[in-house]
Design a protein around this ligand. Sequence first.
Ligand SMILES: NC(=O)c1ccc[n+]([C@@H]2O[C@H](COP(=O)([O-])OP(=O)(O)OC[C@H]3O[C@@H](n4cnc5c(N)ncnc54)[C@H](OP(=O)(O)O)[C@@H]3O)[C@@H](O)[C@H]2O)c1
Length: 308
Amino acid sequence: MNILVIGASGFLGRSLLPLLLHDERVDSVTAITHNAPLPRQFTGSKLTALSVKKFFRPEFDRTERHYDTVICLSGRTYSQTRDEAVIRESNLDLPMRIINFCRERQAGHLILASSINVRFAAAHNRGYPLYKKQAEEYLAASGVPYTIFRPSLIIGRGDAGFSRLIRYIRNHRLVPVFGNGRKLEQPIHVDEAAAFFHQAAVFPPVNAVFEIGGMEAMTYNTMLFRIADILQRRIRLLHIPARPLYLGLTLLERIGLGLPVNSEQIMHIDTDLDIDNTKALQQYNVKLTAFECLLREYIRGRYVSRSL
Ligand SMILES: NC(=O)c1ccc[n+]([C@@H]2O[C@H](COP(=O)([O-])OP(=O)(O)OC[C@H]3O[C@@H](n4cnc5c(N)ncnc54)[C@H](OP(=O)(O)O)[C@@H]3O)[C@@H](O)[C@H]2O)c1
């Protein structure tokens, strides 16, 4: 089985690649990278690394290799860039080109990394959640056999947001929270998210959307207090009303003023994002770990990706 992975050197890609490379059913993995190269530990005769520039060039097309599975992990969030064109390119335009590529090359299966934030795509009606939703719709209508995953917040070594939160709690007693903090989050370990993608890659396509999250949902407040407990820190939460902040940020974004916090991030914290994993766990055999265990591993600095 030949697999093509776009966004292979990213956070999720680095956990997924070893699972694919160690799977006997997988004959080859073509890993498409963008800015960051693949880490040096990824080697072997099964693996071909290609930069995105070569991906759409004629020399790539001439390989005529048939891909049984194409995995699109491309994405950018507002914690990475404020450039709307980059967000759109990563979350919508590139996935659409990949969907077209799969249709033209009759790839057997396309797996798309979407996001749980699609839940508030209609309410927010722009940016990251809307692009993800539009990419999902384009894929579902394309005729390409597909599986779509909508992960919740993914945590683990090398994550962008969660490690920042831990560092903040380690160094501050007063923690600002946008909204009342009673909305639900259900973080998933990066290796567990990767395991869903891996299993989907080697199983037949199901033409379905799966929301995937960790073992348990908790309020944002509870999540912060659990982090503080393990760090043995006493914290106080400062709740900042979400609605006026959201409206203010929306206005500033409309006139092109970017601030350190984006309205989409406020919407995320102020929306219930608990996941019913039943459908995904009936389809795929993935073992989830209790949040408490993940947190202890994380904070003790032993949070090395288990698949490496
Ligand atoms: N992490 C989370 O909490 C989370 C939650 C829900 C959904 N997701 C989704 O899951 C996917 C993987 O997330 P992640 O955390 O692994 O993100 P990541 O670390 O930012 O990785 C994304 C990958 O996509 C590549 N990429 C971005 N724009 C590209 C472009 N225009 N052309 C080619 N490649 C491009 C990046 O390459 P370079 O970095 O080299 O530019 C990177 O390898 C994303 O679609 C994300 O939206 C993530």
